[in-house]
Design a protein around this ligand. Structure first.
Ligand code: SAM
Length: 281
């Protein structure tokens, strides 16, 4: 038996023959110190409904429940994991709901409907991690249905999410994340922390909505960042030419000779507001 009264995860994986599949981004966490650390990074979960993507054999799921999560709703695509997860659900009556399905086809807001405090916590499959993040960060309804997200990414993606102006990793993803949220890397993990080890380092990112979100239309912001970072080595007067170039930049009080990587999120928001208002085009 393990700390939570359930069999050790390695035994579970052997018993249900859960050999990791690369196509499903399966890099499992067996170390309780690590799964507990992720659960704790998500904050006090005792009043929370936690949405987990990809519970796999249930390592992080068990840590979330052992750390007091009121309820966990876990979406898993690999049907082979369901019997192992059913054992966890039986051990924590009424607290774990496992949904067999594809996270990319899941309406998470509907799953969370009615819950008071929703947190998204996951060791994400890296092949769909950025796509899911972008979906959670965008959409017309803000503040969102979730209060925080604590997510494992490959480290290079984590650095892009938290990047600030001037950082090498600063780009469209950093602006998108910084526009409505504040994000921090909580800790890094080496490949050996996972089974099997991925080729890259990983990091856990904690994301919370900004208290005072910067208002603009996300499609316009996306057009501006796409144009600016699409030619990131060029001066903005050149890269933003089709959106208004020098006239637009003058309106925003931004030097036309600056480059995209030097602009703060607030400056990108100012530019997209002006583009939206049709000031120069
Ligand atoms: N949570 C487990 C852990 O930490 O050990 C497993 C994490 S593993 C990195 C990613 C998990 O996501 C796998 O269980 C995989 O089967 C699942 N997965 C992959 N693609 C998925 C999808 N489209 N929808 C839901 N789950 C998916």
């Amino acid at each position: 038996m393990s700390y939570d009264g359930l069999p050790p995860l390695k035994d579970v994986v052997d018993r249900f023959e859960l050999r990791a599949k690369k196509s499903l981004g399966q890099n499992f966490l067996f170390d309780l110190n690590i799964t507990n650390k992720i659960a704790r990074a998500a904050g006090d979960l005792t009043q929370s409904t936690v949405i987990e993507v990809g519970p796999g054999p249930g390592g992080l799921t068990r840590a979330l429940l052992a750390n007091g999560a009121k309820r966990v709703i876990a979406v898993e695509r690999d049907g082979r994991c369901l019997p192992a997860l059913a054992e966890v659900a039986a051990h924590y009556p009424e607290r774990l709901e496992v949904i067999s399905g594809d996270a990319l086809a899941t309406d998470f807001a509907a799953l969370a409907a009615g819950a008071a405090d929703v947190r998204i916590v996951a060791n994400l499959p890296y092949n769909i991690g950025t796509e899911l993040l972008i979906r959670w960060l965008t959409g017309p309804k803000w503040p969102p249905y979730w209060n925080s997200m604590t997510l494992m990414f490959q480290k290079e993606v984590a650095q892009r999410i938290v990047a600030k102006p001037g950082d090498n990793a600063y780009g469209r993803l950093g602006v998108l994340a910084g526009w409505r949220c504040k994000s921090d890397i909580v800790f890094d993990l080496p490949p050996q922390a996972f089974s099997p080890p991925p080729k890259v380092n990983s990091a856990v990112v904690h994301i919370e909505p900004r208290e005072a979100p910067l208002a603009t239309d996300e499609r316009v912001l996306s057009r501006v960042t796409e144009a600016a970072f699409g030619q990131r080595r060029k001066m903005l007067r050149q890269s933003l030419k089709s959106l208004g170039g020098e006239a637009l930049l003058a309106q925003a009080g931004i030097e036309a000779t600056r480059r995209a990587e030097t602009l703060s999120v607030e400056e990108f928001v100012d530019l997209s507001r002006l583009v939206q208002a049709g000031v120069t085009i």
